[in-house]
Design a protein around this ligand. Structure first.
Ligand SMILES: NC(=O)c1ccc[n+]([C@@H]2O[C@H](COP(=O)([O-])OP(=O)(O)OC[C@H]3O[C@@H](n4cnc5c(N)ncnc54)[C@H](O)[C@@H]3O)[C@@H](O)[C@H]2O)c1
Ligand SMILES: O=c1ccn([C@@H]2O[C@H](COP(=O)(O)OP(=O)(O)O[C@H]3O[C@H](CO)[C@@H](O)[C@H](O)[C@H]3O)[C@@H](O)[C@H]2O)c(=O)[nH]1
Length: 433
């Protein structure tokens, strides 16, 4: 089939590449000229495991091409995916300017039947707005479909190729048939394609993200309580998670959820509720608890070193909002670093993939170590913000040699408390005494 994808970020590029992998001819459109040039030259502009192999294979096969021309993109694909940003607006709502701006252009440019598929995360009712924006100038038939994306960064290729479910919101038989044909290779393992109305599809995405963010936040509160009563959240987590109604996943406490989705999506759903006269009390609490959780290590650090951190140097391991990505949007590490800088501390940071992005944001306000142990040289303590695999089993002897004193504040509970203390470290983590 002929497919176009508008917006080639984490979602658009993965969507375009994976659809090319099943034999479709895909044209990807992006407004960022430099990004398009790099992709045309065979460079994957983001770090996403396993994407490069599929990307190059499909470019070489001529099934995956890139352009800055929306007109060219719309001339190609019968199915046109919108994978555009929907960032947080000042009032917490999702900013629809990219989606609706492109929709208006689509209306002016299409000359034959097109299915416009919204993959961006958008508030309930956006489908109607997209329809209206296109209809302003369209001189041919078209359908608008809501098809929210559930991929996780770091696992994006696998999640796209083997989705647990595909949600399609549409009332057009013609569009639904085309979507079924396109997604057939991805639902062959028996995972369902769930067809519903557009509004329910749009809300499914927000409900899923808000639920997961609430699950994490609940565990963060349990962890904070564990510290006060001397319980161990790891044991509580395992004890709870074995109940299949609760499940083992997404129960890991830490320094809060971050990323390009949960923070903005929880706020957008909360704001949508407000706009329609409904106060989401749970989400209100989730937002407040998560905000506090991002700097939950700070009181532990100041209790140990005192409020004034002038002259103190900290090594920070992990800057990305989670492992296996270079994405630093709403990364808890950055909130932590700002608080430490405010108190006069010096920071030397290391992250396997996200340092370039942080350099662009923080410049020389902190220093960067090319290797993980470099961040520990002459540091008063190590602070762990992201659970990259490489931090899980480090050389503790070398760490003790490099650090001024063997002190670790761990925001991701990487080490066994007894073991690390028997190695001679002062070790503080989340919810474990
Ligand atoms: N990142 C994720 O893991 C994820 C997962 C599921 C859903 N989503 C949702 O998908 C949407 C996209 O997210 P993302 O993380 O891929 O965003 P992104 O910021 O990584 O990418 C968006 C891309 O759109 C391009 N763009 C902006 N305006 C454009 C225009 N007028 N024409 C063409 N291209 C344009 C940008 O240059 C950029 O390359 C958001 O609504 C997000 O909430 C994201
Ligand atoms: O037990 C857990 C699980 C996650 N997190 C944190 O939660 C955030 C989000 O993690 P994750 O969901 O793995 O990453 P995302 O790539 O942001 O994916 C989420 O957001 C996407 C964008 O909407 C959705 O498509 C995915 O289904 C949804 O999982 C990160 O900061 C994690 O550190 C925890 O603190 N504890």
């Amino acid at each position: 089939m002929k497919i176009s994808v508008i917006g080639t970020g984490y979602v658009g590029l993965v969507t375009g590449t994976c659809l090319a992998e099943t034999g479709n001819e895909v044209v990807c459109v992006d407004i960022d000229q430099d990004k398009v040039r790099r992709m045309q030259e065979g460079e994957v502009p983001i770090y996403e495991p396993h994407l490069d192999v599929l990307f190059l294979r499909n470019i070489e096969a001529g099934r995956l091409t890139f352009t800055t021309s929306l007109k060219e993109g719309l001339g190609h694909g019968t199915i046109v995916f919108l994978a555009l940003p929907t960032p947080e607006d000042e009032d917490g709502s999702a900013d629809l300017k990219y989606v609706l701006g492109v929709a208006e252009e689509i209306g002016k440019l299409i000359s034959e039947y097109r299915v416009i598929v919204d993959k961006s995360t958008v508030p309930v009712g956006t489908s109607e707005k997209v329809h209206a924006a296109i209809a302003k100038s369209a001189k041919c038939e078209f359908d608008v479909v809501s098809n929210p994306e559930f991929l996780r960064e770091g696992f994006a290729v696998d999640d796209f190729l083997k989705p647990e479910r595909i949600v399609i919101g549409s009332q057009s038989e013609r569009a639904i048939e085309l979507m079924k044909k396109l997604y057939k290779p991805f639902v062959r393992s028996g995972n369902p394609m769930i067809v519903m109305d557009e509004k329910s599809a749009e809300l499914t995405k927000y409900a899923a993200n808000a639920f997961l963010a609430t699950k994490i936040t609940f565990m963060n509160e349990i962890a904070n309580f564990c510290e006060r009563v001397g319980a161990d959240v790891d044991k509580v987590r395992i004890g709870m998670g074995t109940d299949s109604r609760i499940g083992k996943r997404f129960l890991f406490p830490g320094i809060g959820y971050g990323g390009s989705c949960f923070p903005k999506d929880v706020k957008a759903l909360h704001k949508s509720g407000k706009d329609s006269g409904y106060e989401f009390q749970i989400l209100d609490s989730v937002i407040r608890v998560n905000h506090k959780q991002k700097t939950i290590l700070i009181p532990k650090i100041t209790k140990y070193f005192g409020e004034d951190l002038k002259g103190r140097r900290f090594g920070v391991w992990g800057l990305a909002f989670k492992p296996e990505t270079d994405d630093i949007r709403e990364a808890p590490a950055l909130y932590m670093i700002e608080e430490l800088l405010k108190r006069g501390a010096e920071i030397a940071a290391f992250d396997p993939e996200a340092m370039e992005n942080v350099k662009r944001r923080l410049g020389d306000r902190i220093s960067f170590a090319p290797r993980m142990y470099g961040a520990l040289e002459d540091a008063d303590a190590l602070i762990i913000c992201t659970e990259w695999g490489v931090f899980r089993n480090p050389n503790f002897t070398l760490m003790k040699e490099l650090l001024k004193a063997p002190v670790i504040f761990d925001g991701r509970n990487l080490y066994d408390v007894e073991e690390i203390r028997s190695e001679g470290f002062h070790y503080e983590s989340i919810g474990r005494g």
